[in-house]
Design a protein. Sequence first.
Length: 324
Amino acid sequence: MELESDIFDPLDLQILDALEVNGRASFSRIGAVLGVSDQTVARRYRRLCAEGGLRVVAVRDAERLGQDQWTLRLRCVPDSALTIADALAKRADTNWIGLAAGGTEIVVGTRPRSPGDRDDLLLGKLPRTPRVLEIRAHQVLHRFYGGPTGWLRKFRVLGDDQVAALRAGHPAVEGPARISAEDEPLVQALERDGRATYPELQRVTGRSESSVKRRLDSLLGSGAVYIDIEYWSEVLGHPMAAVLWITTTPSALTSVGEALAAHDEVAHAAATAGPSNIVATVVVRSTAHLYDYLSGPLGRLEGVQHVEASPFLRRVKQLTYRRT
């Protein structure tokens, strides 16, 4: 499968992929890996932001931090879905939100940071929202694909040596992943701008620049935080996304999940507790492409008993919330 764009050329796609590999890599480092000047990378970066919806942000890895993750499926009164989705998008504990089923369904990815936050949403606010007709909650048990492993890597835009050169300098850190109270100003600043400079982070945190660098290296090296990118997949020739609610036999759960992780269309896949036992997000070129995937690579997997597809009508939140 290849990326196709009427707006961006192969160099733009290489820069986008490079940022997915290392979102904090300097323009000069990206330029050296790609064989172009840092001014060229900077100019292309600004265009990707303006015309491709690119944003680079830090993300807390709930799985590494041992925190709950949920995918919620909300059936709503049609004329209220967007209002409810917008309200949910403003919450810090939601990380992606889409409208599906012709605007009568909201799909929400949420990462509550405490049992209190979880209960406030699942037992408090949502059940008391009168225009929410049904709530289906799927707790994430295991991630097969997604998180710090980005979807663009599947298109092999960069060679293995280029990926290795971009990743160099970020060694893994042994020990548990954790974010302390003292880390919060640093992490929150990076959640707003994952490419914030060390002097900017020093001003926000009140720490020395060397202390900021050391702590950021530790957060990234332990996996507590990773740098991710969001962008408009439609400018890359893949305007359609859907959530798949998959039921497998218990013995096939792992094999199906690992197979999904290898499919080019799959941007995220996880084992869940709930009405289905795998939830996956696919990004495709068209409804015909979605049909081909459902009836082909997915349909051929042994152990799959049931699949329900919920194509997104609109993506309301994708890491960050930008009301349009």
